[in-house]
Design a binder for this molecule. Sequence first.
Ligand SMILES: Nc1nc2c(ncn2[C@@H]2O[C@H](COP(=O)(O)OP(=O)(O)OP(=O)(O)O)[C@@H](O)[C@H]2O)c(=O)[nH]1
Length: 449
Amino acid sequence: MSFRHSIALHLLTVIFGFYFLVAVIVTVVQLYKEYENTKESFYQEIQLLPTTFGQGISDSVWTYNQELLQSILRGVYNSPIVVGIEVKSLDHKMDYKIGSILDKDSHPAYFDTDGKPGKSAETGLGADALFGYTFPITYQGPAFKDPQPLGEVTIYSNERLVFERVKYGFFLILINSVIKTLALWFIIFYFIKRYLGNPLNEFTRKIKQQDSNQPHPITLDIPWSDNNEILLLKDSYNQMILSVNEYQAALKTLNKELDDKVRERTHELFAAKEAAEMLAYTDVLTDVKTRRAFFELAEQELKNAVRQQTAASIIMIDIDHFKNINDTYGHATGDLVLQTFAKTLKNSCRACDLIGRLGGEEFAILLPQTDLNGALHVAEKLRLSVADSKLTHNRQTLHFTASFGVAETAPGQYMLEEILLQADQALYTAKNQGRNQAVAYKQSTTENT
Ligand SMILES: Nc1nc2c(ncn2[C@@H]2O[C@H](COP(=O)(O)OP(=O)(O)OP(=O)(O)O)[C@@H](O)[C@H]2O)c(=O)[nH]1
């Protein structure tokens, strides 16, 4: 923290701003008082002069002795606190003025030691600010019972002489004030810095050094032990840090739990997605491919056949008189027949053959790398297997057969719908020819095996 921005300097600027104002006012009052006291003592000193010179002045006025009066007045004028004297006799014959006096209009006027108008010897601050003491002069002779009034004498002094005398005192007061102010400034600055500035600096430095991920409570090297505001601030900060750490720890635990939950949920969703895909691709009853899956996968297989320039065949299969089975033994038994039938197909086919249930009791098998003869051979084998299969229901043995229509891809003809249609036409022929047989598709005619 730079000195210019320190709290100590800011506080001192405010404190000493006010202190300076108060100090100036107090010093001015003090100086004014000193000035007044000095002026008062001047006045008292002037009042003492008549006891020394009063008799001589009275005598010289009574005897009209101008020389004597002048020499007495010059003697008074030489006094360091006198700047002027005016003698006013009642008959005006012995009027006399020396130095600076106030005329009848209270304006300063100047006279030399011979009583002639001249220039003021007094210059500087308050030289024209005259103040005087007037006392009567009387004659007390043996011929008179009461003192005879002769006139009055005014002795003048001025403010400049008062200032001259208090100047030294002023100077001392000023020096005293400056030294006291400076000493006080340094003392207060030192203690504010020691008890306030330094602890706050240390506090700030330690907060800045904190690890924001895991802040720790801090300690402060404070030169007092009572619970002052800085210690309370530090305690509150430490309390806050403890709470923050607790919250962070709780948050970490929550985050971990949340992570675990999200991972678990993602796993479940993934499994559910796989299950849903399986469901969409696998027929629930017979465990062979669904119609949609069969078409998608068969398209892929046909594309492969095109790329590899190999043959591929399709067998369309339909269980014979399945409606009768349903009607005779019930729908549940019909389902069992479908399952047994599908199982038979699976057992008799290669792993690469694609078996799908296209709907109801209608199935299709795609045989990769198999020409029409091969497919017809497979169909025949399947037909025999189906015819051999049996199902026991209510202690009755149930037999069923199926009809097969076979078609193969023609060179350059790999349209799935087209081949399916051809296989379906062959199947239709097989049905028409009495069922339980496999028929291959021929362009215009169909051939019975
Ligand atoms: N149990 C059962 N029956 C089904 C299912 N799907 C379709 N069926 C029935 O299968 C029967 C098909 O009958 P048809 O299309 O007349 O054919 P068919 O009786 O086999 O006669 P042909 O094909 O001419 O030999 C209908 O009665 C459908 O209700 C199924 O998932 N389970």
